[in-house]
Design a protein around this ligand. Structure first.
Ligand code: 13P
Ligand code: SF4
Length: 359
C-alpha cells in the first residue's frame, strides 16, 4: 500500500461543538405525543416519506418505521428513497445522505430537519484539494465513500458505502485497477488489507469512530470473555482487528440478532443500540471504550451532527418546506454515475437490500 500525507483537520464547517450546541432539547411527553401525531399527518398531506439512519434519535427511527418509511444504513437509505413513490423524501441523518437522495431523485423534494448536519469525513475532503489529488493520479480509478459532497462524487468513478466497499474493491482489483480512495483512512486501510488492492488513501476520519481505543477494548474483553465484539470499519485498524464482526450499521444489527451469544461490545455510534436492544431485549450491549482525554470530539460514541435531528425541527420542515436540499443541477448528471454504478453492482452480487421489518 502507498499512503500519502493528506492530513486534513476533521471539522472545518459546523464544528462538533457548534453541532452539539444545536442539539434539540428533549420534548416533554405531552409535546412529544402531539409532535408525533402532527408529523404523521403532515407526512400524508405532503406525500412524504421519512428515511432515518440508525444513529438518529430513537423517536425518529421508530417514526420512520411506523409511517411506512425506513430506518437503515446508508446503502439501504439510498435504495429505499429511490424506489419509494413519495414526492418528498425527508432524510433524518446527515447532509451527504440528503444529497445522495437528491442526486438519485432530482425531480423529488428532499428535506432535512437541519441542513447543518454534516460529517467530519465530508468536511475533511474539500473539492479543490480532492480534485488536485485526482489530477495527480490520472491512472487510478477513483472510489469515494458515500460520506462526501455531491461535488466530490462528481469527480469519482465509484461510490461505496461501508456495506459494499470490500466487494467493490475486490472486483476492481480483479479487473487490474489501481485505486485512489477517499476520504476515510481507516475504512480504506481495512479494505486494502482484506483485498490486497493497490490503493492510495486520503487521510480523513470520523470524529466518532476515531475515538475507539484498542487497549481499553482488550481490557473490556477480558472482563467479559463471552462477549462478541461488533465494529464499524470506520474505527481504527487496531480496534477492527479485535472484532468478531466488521460491518455497516445494518450488518452489525443483523449480527447482534443472529449470533448465539447474550453479550456484545459495540464499537459504533451508540444510536445503533436502540435497534439492537429492541430486536434482542434479552441480550446485553456494552459500548466500546473511547478516548476520553485528548479526544477530538466529546468522545461520547455519538455523532454530534446526527444528534441535530429531532421531532421539533422535523415537524417544522414538513410544515414550512424549509431546509430543502439543493444540489447544483449542473453536477447531478455526473455525480449520479458512481452512485448508480454501486447500486447496480449491489443488485448484481445480490447484496441483501433490506425492506421494512426485515433487518
Ligand atoms: P453505514 O452505511 O454503515 O450506516 O454508515 C454510515 C456512517 O456515517 C457511519 O458513520
Ligand atoms: Fe460522519 Fe462519523 Fe457522523 Fe457517520 S458518525 S455521519 S462518519 S461524523
Amino acid at each position: 500500500m502507498i499512503s500519502i500525507p493528506y492530513d486534513h483537520p476533521n471539522a472545518t464547517g459546523c464544528s462538533t461543538l457548534e453541532a452539539w450546541a444545536r442539539t434539540p432539547s428533549e420534548p416533554d411527553p405531552a409535546e412529544k405525543t402531539a409532535l408525533i401525531a402532527r408529523i404523521k399527518q403532515l407526512l400524508i398531506e405532503q406525500d412524504a416519506v421519512l428515511v432515518s439512519h440508525y444513529y438518529v434519535h430513537p423517536d425518529l427511527q421508530d417514526l420512520a418505521e411506523a409511517t411506512g418509511g425506513m430506518v437503515s444504513d446508508s446503502l439501504d437509505m439510498a435504495n429505499f428513497g429511490h424506489s419509494h413513490p413519495a414526492k418528498t423524501i425527508v432524510v433524518a441523518g446527515v447532509r451527504f445522505m440528503g444529497e445522495t437522495a437528491k442526486i438519485l431523485n432530482p425531480e423529488k423534494r428532499v428535506l432535512m430537519p437541519d441542513l447543518e448536519a454534516e460529517c467530519s469525513l465530508d468536511l475533511g475532503c474539500p473539492l479543490d484539494e480532492f480534485s488536485a489529488f485526482c489530477d495527480a493520479h490520472p491512472d487510478r480509478t477513483v472510489v469515494v465513500y458515500a460520506n462526501t459532497s455531491a461535488a466530490v462524487k462528481a469527480r469519482a468513478d465509484w461510490m461505496v458505502t461501508s456495506s459494499i466497499a470490500l466487494p467493490i474493491i475486490k472486483h476492481l482489483k480483479a479487473q487490474g485497477e489501481k485505486i485512489l480512495w477517499a476520504p476515510d483512512r481507516h475504512l480504506g486501510s481495512y479494505v486494502q488489507e482484506e483485498s490486497g488492492a493497490d490503493m492510495l488513501l486520503w487521510q480523513g476520519s470520523c470524529v466518532v469512530h476515531d475515538e475507539y481505543k484498542a487497549k481499553e477494548l482488550i481490557a473490556l474483553k477480558t472482563q467479559y470473555p463471552r462477549a462478541k465484539v461488533l465494529v464499524h470499519p470506520e474505527a481504527p485498524r487496531a480496534v477492527v482487528k479485535l472484532a468478531d464482526v466488521i460491518g455497516s450499521t445494518s450488518q452489525l444489527i443483523n449480527a447482534s440478532r443472529q449470533l448465539n451469544t447474550d453479550i456484545f461490545i459495540v464499537a459504533t455510534d451508540n444510536g445503533i443500540l436502540h435497534k439492537m436492544r429492541t430486536l434482542s431485549p434479552h441480550k446485553q450491549f456494552l459500548e466500546a471504550p473511547t478516548a476520553g482525554q485528548g479526544a477530538n470530539c466529546v468522545s461520547c460514541s455519538h455523532c454530534p451532527w446526527m444528534a441535530m435531528n429531532g421531532l421539533r425541527n422535523l415537524a417544522q420542515v414538513l410544515e414550512t418546506g424549509s431546509n430543502e436540499i439543493w444540489v447544483d443541477p449542473a453536477i447531478i448528471p455526473r455525480a449520479v454515475l458512481p452512485v448508480q454504478r454501486m447500486l447496480a453492482f449491489a443488485k448484481q452480487i445480490s447484496l441483501p437490500v433490506r425492506s421494512i421489518g426485515n433487518v
